[in-house]
Design a protein around this ligand. Sequence first.
Ligand code: PLP
Length: 366
Amino acid sequence: MPFDLSTLETPAAIVDLDRVEANLHRMAGYSREHGLDWRPHTKTHKTPMLGRMQMEAGAVGLTVATVREGETMADVCDDILLAYPPLGSKKLERVSALAERVRLTVALDSERALEGVARTGRSAGSQIGILIEVDVGMRRVGVESPQEAVRLAAAARDAEGVEYRGILFYPGHIRGRVESQSEEIAVVSERLGQLLQALGDVDLHPEVVSGGSTPTVWRSHEFAGITEVRPGTNIFNDRTTVVVGACDWSECAYSVLATVVSTAVGGQAVVDAGSKALAREELRGEGGGYGALLDRPEVVVRGVSEEHGILDLSETTWRPEVGDRVRIVPNHVCVSVNLQEYLWTVRGDQPESVLEVAARGRVTVA
Ligand SMILES: Cc1ncc(COP(=O)(O)O)c(C=O)c1O
């Protein structure tokens, strides 16, 4: 659908495809250089065409967090990692159907989840791949000790309907500046080293060691034994990624187009993008606020209510007028994308196409 950027109704999510392509190219080059498989996490964009672009740029497959994302990405990719333990009979029915469409791998950390997936694999007549999720410091999911990993890996190897493929970790607790991550990466590597040793000792050496996040992305090769990286955010990047030093501001490919609706209160301008367009995600790191202007990063969204964003004008001489339009880079792009129905793609100032954020939501009620 052709559209005119100057009249597009706001708020609207804008994606610059030139920047997306540059980000994908950089990531593909990094993975090649370090001999790592690249399996980007599609929770960031939830959009089949962007998944296809990732595959065309050299990804070996795609990662998803929800079954809905898996069902959507199955249209563009036949090798999917569900990096989330599926539980409950309804969800497992959908996992079964997905396993009939694609080479599916599931990450999990409990026998209960393993039993369900194995049952599903048997009913689908397929071998669902299993990665044992290990906690490396985030303390969210993942078994804590090498012994537990060995026990679960052995159970996966022995169960029918599944195939043990390796381990998965997510270093989501490493959120500091790229140059300050060495110590934390070393700690994770030590844990991984012990784990690999324990698995190797009992003939369960993992074929896949899947890791990666956007803050650590350019240092992924430093994690001991890693074979695969799963960054999500770095297809678009965001204000947090800039703050940690994992990208430049010019590599931010996603912004929310908004209109100035009020300048009545001094020292600020109010736009029509609030927490329901940008999300209310705190900035991890210096700067505060909920986003900043793409072409004036010194102008920060100081506050948000649902449909209002407050631009702080204290660091600029720029004085917008009611009706002016601005583009805002949010702190955390994945949550902002999830609030959008469509992504309006551009190349520079040139409009391109409209993409539906098709994998939003959880269930499809047909
Ligand atoms: C399991 C898992 N893998 C990979 C990612 C991608 O992380 P990022 O968005 O920092 O690239 C996430 C993000 O939440 C995740 O939960």
